[in-house]
Design a protein around this ligand. Structure first.
Ligand SMILES: *Cc1c(COP(=O)(O)O)cnc(C)c1O
Length: 470
């Protein structure tokens, strides 16, 4: 493809995206294709001779569109929406165009330094405690990772390295009986992290939650810790969830930190979805109180902060905990800047070596919308969810299952589990909207999570009207 052809096709690709967005409202949110249908509509072998790019653009409509669940649809309310935005997409496109591999500072200083600045901007914007910020006199810092799952895994590896006095990376996890804690509502990435770290899923203690709030029962945590210590186990890592995936429950980080007084365990805050809402001062205390006592915190701009997937930010109080656990320098990566200690090499802050210039899309979002624009977006999501929760409360056939958390409403049909699931499936199959489900204290519920900047009150009302009419 010549540079001129690239320019022409690039315009066509952007046009395709803009047209796709313009038509989203009319598409069924949930893909209706049968398993294998997409695969069968494609040739079984790659083309021998190159084709014009137009051919691929044409196939997007024919082959790909029917097989898409439209995550950017204004009535996508399932899971947690992963909202994108024009500003983020352009930043991401430029990152692809630059094509730099920022594994170490020396392989493109701007990739590292722009990232350092934007994750620090985000820390300020959220009101994170000073000690997580990368300052010349401080010991903390932040890094963009692909997902919160990787960030939690990374934090666990750093904890394991620190607690084992460096033994774990040299000779493995050994015979110490490490234990890991999270509430029964903690994200599955915690157990997966323990599996991947070689600790095994069985070392993860599932702490009971308060049945009403679904937040961790800190007394139960204290009991488990005491029992495990009596038993000769070594508590290693505790995950506090700030906004659980199921119901948006918020663990009391301060109380959890106090329960860890005298226990040498790493406290990690998983605020993958809810953390970005701390950009609004009126929500901040609820989300971040006690976070200064944690060793690490993760939040995903790629969920609710307009930043095209993938973009997850991990901050730590001790950046050496990451580098001690993860740095390894083959000869071909030795360079004067790294040896001088004057630069950060982000490859030592996560499992993989290579890294994209992800900071560009976050930079673009922060500059294009400004904090005022981002706050307005978060507040809009919260208001729309509050409006929906009011509608649920006003209809005797429905009930809230937990109190609304930010932009997430968990509700059900009073009639019962089967009726609730059946109504949700009918709504999803209608294509009008897409909700997901969960089980809370043994009862099936639907989840409506607002996140897209495209969602309006009319979208919420239409979804509610459809549910009422089912
Ligand atoms: C979505 C979510 C995760 C996992 O996020 P990924 O970035 O997809 O790994 C972890 N924890 C919570 C609370 C989440 O909501």
């Amino acid at each position: 493809m010549s540079p001129e052809e690239f320019r022409r096709q690039g315009h066509a690709a952007i046009d395709w995206i803009a047209d796709y967005w313009a038509g989203l409202d009319d598409l069924p949110v949930l893909s209706q294709v049968a398993p294998g249908a997409v695969r069968r509509s494609m040739p079984t072998a790659p083309p021998e001779e190159g084709e014009p790019f137009d051919a691929l653009l044409g196939d997007l409509d024919e082959i790909v569109l029917p097989g898409l669940t439209h995550w950017q649809h204004p009535r996508f309310f399932a899971y947690f929406p992963a909202n994108s935005s024009p500003a983020a997409i352009l930043g991401d496109l430029i990152s692809s165009g630059i094509g730099a591999q920022g594994m170490i500072w020396a392989t493109s200083p701007a990739v590292t330094e722009v990232e350092q600045v934007v994750v620090d901007w985000l820390a300020q914007a959220l009101g994170l405690p000073e000690q997580f910020r990368l300052t010349d006199h401080g010991r903390g810092g932040g890094v963009i990772q692909d997902t919160a799952s990787t960030a939690t895994f990374t934090a666990l590896l750093a904890a394991l390295h620190s607690a084992s006095g460096g033994q774990a990376r040299e000779s493995g996890v050994g015979s110490t009986r490490w234990t890991v804690y999270g509430s029964s509502q903690a994200h599955s990435s915690l157990v997966k992290a323990a599996m991947m770290a070689g600790l095994g899923a069985e070392c993860v203690r599932s702490v009971e939650v308060d049945p009403r709030t679904q937040a961790m029962d800190v007394t139960a945590l204290e009991r488990l810790l005491a029992d495990d210590i009596d038993d000769g186990c070594r508590p290693l890592f505790v995950l506090a969830a700030v906004g659980t995936t199921s119901t948006g429950a918020i663990d009391d980080v301060q109380a959890i930190a106090e329960a860890l007084d005298g226990v040498d365990a790493w406290l990690h805050v998983d605020a993958a979805w809810a953390g970005v809402a701390a950009v609004c001062p009126e929500l901040r205390d609820r989300l971040l109180s006690g976070v200064h006592l944690a060793q690490s915190i993760v939040t995903n701009p790629h969920k609710w902060m307009l930043t095209t997937f993938d973009c997850s930010v991990l901050w730590v109080q001790e950046r050496t905990a990451l580098t001690n656990a993860l740095s390894i320098t083959p000869e071909y990566l030795r360079n004067p800047a790294s040896e001088s200690g004057a630069v950060v090499d982000y490859r030592d802050w996560h499992p993989q070596l290579g890294r994209r210039f992800r900071a560009l899309k976050l930079w673009s979002v922060l500059r294009t919308y400004g904090l005022a624009g981002i706050r307005a977006h978060i507040r809009e999501g919260v208001e729309l969810a509050a409006h929906f929760a009011d509608l649920v409360v006003d209809d005797d056939r429905f009930e809230l299952v937990t109190e609304r958390s930010l932009s997430l409403v968990v509700f059900r049909l009073v009639e019962g589990d089967e009726a609730t699931l059946a109504a949700m499936h009918r709504l999803n199959e209608s294509g009008l909207a897409y909700l997901s489900h969960t089980v809370v204290e043994g009862r099936t519920a639907m989840r409506l999570a607002v996140g897209s900047w495209r969602t309006t009150r009319a979208d919420v009302d239409a979804t509610w009207a459809a549910l009422q009419a089912l």
